[in-house]
Design a protein around this ligand. Structure first.
Ligand code: NAD
Length: 472
């Protein structure tokens, strides 16, 4: 595998305040507010994804050796989201009339969905296209000016976006800056009307602190350990195949990837055999030379995974079902499945974000609930069971950003479902209408006349009060 670095010059830090200032000035011209402008920009975004699919796929392959399905997950989600948003643009942004009462019967009171102003979108490297252009769909649809900051770690995608964003969009309203932490640090010193950040929780805290200085609203799309429960009332072979697919997509570097598995003791032997079989069926026995098995983004992350793997395998109770090999130089980590993992083991410490799958045995769903609830609320909770009572009990006794029953990742592609975390896995939602609401000000407007008829109604609230009926 080639790890050639894309040729690209980071944004001059002195330019950043001027760029942000120009966006604020442009927002004040009101040119981004008409529905026609928003639709035009969304159409351009849609066409870019469709027309430049092979260019995008090439950059994703160079950064992460992504296979066809993780390329789909990166770019087709954006084009679907854009198409769905274009279809509902008027409906989702139209003023909503409020209910009338005796006191407001002659009014035209409405909730207006208005753009916030200048929004900053900071993306992460694991889905480097989707995590920048996905939120951008909603920000454009809401009529904002936008500053994009892709991850500097996925260098090829960063360079591609830096080249194409100015070619596609209205350059007065949409700008892109590139660079590492110094770029983000200068960015966060500027005043925005919203910051939308995707990445890890430690940087999420930095974003929140910086935003607090200007009381800037934020959306944090963070990660964490997504648990999976496998019940005894389920088709174990089907569960195993879906689990392996979701875990190994993008070599485990997916925020929604199942992080650890809690298995009902009655189906443990079956599940372990089925997981091993599913890996060889989907990826073959030699994942290093399988074209559609991805790589870890860089050497640092490969070393991080190798270190946690070594610490786990040094424990005598670790029962390796498959895997354990890695190659730091080529960023390769084989799918590793370890059974008999304990709650305090290395693989249960932090979000794994790689192709390592710890499996823990539980007595039943009650023990699973206890383990899940001891940890931070995850981005997604996966429940594998055909027993509705078990599913309802787990859903009713836990908290997570999303919950998915008998499948994985699908929650990301259903455009009408709000996407985002809760607690340590994030705050705020996007996708579909929820994205437009995130990037909008729900502005309440009371509009009444000054004629004598409406004044008759208004007199109900003037003193002296006496025995006047309450108008509300
Ligand atoms: P990353 O290193 O690319 O960082 C994300 C962004 O933060 C980058 O643009 C980077 O420049 C910026 N950044 C890094 N350090 C900074 C600092 N000190 N100050 C200001 N900005 C800084 O990505 P990452 O954090 O490694 O991403 C992986 C994490 O993101 C995982 O935890 C994953 O679960 C999570 N994630 C969440 C979602 C979601 O939708 N909830 C999606 C993808 C990834």
């Amino acid at each position: 595998m080639q790890h050639d670095q894309a040729q690209h010059r980071p944004t001059d830090l002195d330019e950043i305040p001027k760029i942000v200032e120009s966006l604020h000035a442009h927002f004040n011209t009101n040119k981004t507010k008409p529905i026609e402008w928003r639709r035009e920009q969304l159409n351009k975004l849609y066409s870019f994804i469709i027309d430049q699919e092979s260019l995008l796929a090439e950059a994703l392959y160079k950064d992460l050796r992504k296979d066809a399905s993780s390329i789909m997950a990166d770019i087709m989600i954006v084009s679907r989201e854009a198409a769905h948003t274009i279809e509902h643009l008027e409906e989702w942004t139209a003023p909503q009339a409020s209910h009338k009462t005796l006191f407001t019967m002659f009014d035209n009171n409405q909730t207006l969905t208005e753009p916030l102003g200048v929004v900053c979108i900071i993306g992460a490297w694991n889905y480097p296209i989707q995590l920048v252009l996905g939120p951008m769909v909603a920000a454009l649809a809401a009529g904002n000016c936008i500053l994009l900051k892709p991850s500097e770690i996925s260098t090829h995608c960063e360079a591609l976006l830096a080249e194409w964003v100015p070619r596609i969009f209205d350059t007065d309203a949409v700008k892109i800056v590139t660079g590492g932490i110094s770029c983000s640090t200068v960015l966060l010193q500027q005043k925005f009307d919203h910051i939308f950040y995707t990445g890890n929780g430690n940087v999420g805290r930095i974003i929140m602190q910086a935003a607090a200085k200007n009381l800037t609203p934020i959306t944090l799309e963070l990660g964490g350990k997504c648990p999976t429960y496998v019940d005894d009332a389920v088709n174990v072979d089907v569960v195993a195949k879906r689990l392996v697919w979701a875990k190994l997509l993008n070599a485990g570097q997916t925020c929604l990837a199942p992080d650890y598995v809690l298995v009902h003791k009655a189906v443990m032997p079956q599940l372990l055999a089925a997981v091993k079989k599913a890996i060889s069926e989907l990826y073959g026995l030699d994942t290093k030379n399988t074209a559609h098995y991805g790589r870890i983004i860089n050497k640092n992350h490969t070393q991080r995974l190798a270190a946690v793997l070594e610490r786990q395998l040094a424990l005598s109770h670790s029962n390796v079902i498959t895997g354990g090999e890695y190659d730091i130089d080529s960023h390769y980590v084989a799918p590793l499945v370890v059974a008999q993992v304990r709650e305090t083991d290395p693989l249960m410490e932090d979000e794994i974000f790689g192709p390592l799958l710890p499996i823990l045995e539980v007595e039943n769903e009650d023990e699973a609930i206890r383990i899940i609830n001891k940890r931070d609320h995850p981005l997604c909770l996966y429940i594998n069971s055909d027993d509705k009572a078990v599913v309802r009990k787990i859903v009713g006794s836990t908290r997570s950003g999303t919950v998915s029953i008998n499948d994985y990742l699908v929650n990301m592609i259903v455009s009408d479902l709000p996407f985002g975390g809760v607690g340590a896995s994030g705050m705020g939602k996007y996708h579909g209408k929820s994205g437009i609401l995130t990037f909008s000000n729900q502005r309440a407007m009371v509009w009444r006349k000054s004629d004598m008829l409406s004044e008759k109604i208004h007199e109900l609230v003037y003193p002296p009060f006496g025995l006047k009926p309450l108008p509300f």
